[in-house]
Design a protein around this ligand. Structure first.
Ligand code: FES
Ligand code: FES
Length: 173
């Protein structure tokens, strides 16, 4: 096993939203800082920096992760998805994003990237969630603006459309 020395920079190669990406980071650098400062992927937000607010949520190898509790060197060789990967094209929103827009489910937008990533991950596993399940999921995210109700409406609205979309994706493979 390679020992990482503090201060030494390490080359990291991974997939970011499907594209091969690389950069260098010290062992102590957080994935949030690496994404935002080294790669310029500023869609992932930073709030509390200790795993509470959920603003920094991404997926790593299909598992939901707090990027503020993940070291950049830990994603070497991994498949990382961030909010930038949700839109099918630079001029089009994804299904969840459209639902957030339709239901006015964001105001300042600070919490939004993390909530979208959690919902995208959750709705792949639970395509027909109850309102209680969505509320439970949102308990891992802090939003100061919306009161959560429009977020719940957007999530329930998007769920069925996403299920159809994911079914079509599997059929195309
Ligand atoms: S910034 Fe990561 S959970 Fe708050
Ligand atoms: S929209 Fe402002 S914190 Fe959620």
């Amino acid at each position: 096993m390679t020992r990482l020395q503090s201060g030494e920079r390490h080359r990291i190669r991974f997939k970011l939203n499907g594209a091969a990406t690389h950069g260098e980071a010290e062992p102590r650098m957080l994935l949030t800082d690496f994404l935002r400062q080294q790669i310029g992927a500023t869609g992932t937000h930073v709030g509390c920096e200790h795993g509470v607010c959920g603003a920094c949520t991404v997926t790593v190898d299909g598992m939901i992760a707090r990027a503020c509790l993940t070291l950049a060197v830990q994603v070497d060789g991994s498949d990382v998805r961030t909010v930038e990967g949700l839109a099918p094209a630079s001029d089009r929103l994804g299904i969840l994003q459209e639902a957030f827009k339709r239901h006015h489910a964001l105001q300042c937008g600070f919490c939004t990237a993390g909530i979208l990533m959690s919902l995208d991950h959750y709705l792949r596993e639970r395509p027909d969630p109850t309102e209680a399940e969505i509320r439970d999921l949102l308990s891992g995210h802090l939003c100061r603006c919306t009161g959560y109700t429009p977020i719940i409406h957007a999530a329930l609205d998007a769920a069925g459309r996403l299920a159809d979309h994911h079914r079509a994706e599997k059929t195309d493979v």
